[in-house]
Design a protein around this ligand. Structure first.
Ligand SMILES: Cc1cc2nc3c(=O)[nH]c(=O)nc-3n(C[C@H](O)[C@H](O)[C@H](O)COP(=O)(O)OP(=O)(O)OC[C@H]3O[C@@H](n4cnc5c(N)ncnc54)[C@H](O)[C@@H]3O)c2cc1C
Length: 354
């Protein structure tokens, strides 16, 4: 009897536990739903890249990517950057702007910006934090991810759902789909894979970002020299003319500048041309340079190594000028001209004059 009673007791207890656990799981389910709603409400943070005066175009592509994941908040951090907050408040899809206008963010050093992002994350509990896959995004996002103890997902070219992202590996030769189980996803976005958000029509509200006591003893902003050019910016230009080792020296790049000016094009270069000192490295296109996907890409004296193709093969129309008919660039080119570039390029520029 006792045993039975005990057994009964136990059974009852188990039932009770079961009942409680059912109630608990029901509660958890409701709680989960609330968390989901809260998560959705919390949305996505985009780290705006800018010059303190104006937005860098990749921020607009990053906003488009972020819009697929939830409500978009943008962080504008810099010094004397209120103008940028105003600009971004008009961008379609941006609901809120967090403004951190402070001398400590001068030079956009990742060591100074990281505590700000961590503080913003602790306060607002974003589900995703995104930045463009630029030098800035690439140095900031992994650092913030490490501080939040999550894995960054870099250089995404697609979004399948809120956890699953598409990115390229092996210099663009394979496409990987990666699912992140982290509570917050830290992501860099390949700008050319997403349309730019409309710069008009939005009405985001600006509020102060969390105040952070930034003590950066690791790095110091000294100065910067910005290249001034009337030509369009390389990563957002609709036409790009790039030169490679075949240009022979830096002076000969004038041929490309002349052609580019006729076409309102940006000028890029292969790594070989950069390494040889023909042009500065901010002109490098490729795996370890900039990724471009213009309407028209003209490769001049470039062989077409996979590391170069990784940066330009998504261009809509590719034209190659090379004296070697076997050059691999012709395999990806829509139009190929087997010719001496020193003859062909001036002829093209002349033709543009007519
Ligand atoms: C880890 C890693 C990362 C890299 N990242 C990049 C990167 O981001 N971007 C990049 O570009 N490279 C990168 N590279 C280097 C890459 O492998 C190639 O070495 C480089 O792209 C070659 O540049 P090129 O085509 O200008 O030079 P070359 O391969 O030397 O080609 C020069 C071409 O010019 C042609 N030519 C010469 N004279 C004339 C003429 N008078 N008229 C017409 N054609 C002429 C030749 O036929 C030749 O095809 C990377 C390499 C590694 C290992």
């Amino acid at each position: 009897m006792i045993e039975r009673y005990k057994l009964k007791n136990v059974t009852i207890r188990i039932k009770k536990v079961t009942k409680r656990s059912e109630q608990l799981s029901l509660l958890m389910h409701r709680f989960d739903n609330h968390i989901c709603l809260l998560r959705r409400f919390n949305g996505t943070l985009v780290v705006a890249e800018h010059t303190n005066e104006k937005l860098v175009p990749i921020t607009l592509n990053t906003i488009t990517a972020a819009s697929k994941l939830g409500e978009v908040t943008c962080l504008v951090a810099g010094s004397q950057c209120a103008k940028v907050a105003e600009e971004i408040s008009k961008v379609q899809g941006v609901k809120k702007i967090l403004l951190a206008d402070n001398e400590v963010y001068k030079g956009f050093l990742p060591e100074s910006l990281t505590p700000l992002l961590v503080a913003a994350q602790n306060q607002f509990k974003f589900t995703h934090i995104l930045a463009g896959a630029t030098a800035m995004g690439k140095s900031l996002i992994p650092r913030v991810a490490a501080k939040l103890d999550v894995s960054p997902v870099s250089d995404i070219i697609g979004i399948n759902d809120t956890d699953t992202f598409v990115r390229t590996i092996y210099a663009g030769n394979a496409i990987q789909t990666v699912k992140s189980k982290d509570s917050v996803k830290l992501i860099t976005v390949r700008g050319t894979a997403f349309e730019a958000a409309q710069v008009e029509g939005g009405s985001g509200a600006t509020e102060q970002a969390p105040t952070v006591d930034v003590k950066n003893e690791l790095s110091e902003f000294v100065s910067q020299e910005l290249t001034k050019s009337d030509r369009p910016e390389l990563t957002s230009a609709r036409t790009v003319v790039s030169g490679g080792r075949g240009m022979k020296n830096g002076d000969n790049f004038k041929l490309l500048y002349d052609l580019a000016d006729k076409m309102n094009a940006a000028v890029g270069a292969s790594r070989a041309a950069v390494d040889a000192g023909f042009v500065p490295n901010d002109m490098q296109v490729g795996q370890t340079g900039k990724i471009v996907a213009p309407d028209l890409y003209i490769a001049v004296g470039i062989s077409g190594a996979i590391q170069h193709l990784a940066g330009m093969k998504d261009s809509k129309v590719i034209v190659a000028i090379n004296k070697d008919p076997e050059a691999p660039i012709f395999q990806v080119a829509d139009y190929g001209l087997v010719a001496d570039l020193f003859k062909a390029v001036p002829e093209m520029t002349d033709a543009m004059n007519k």
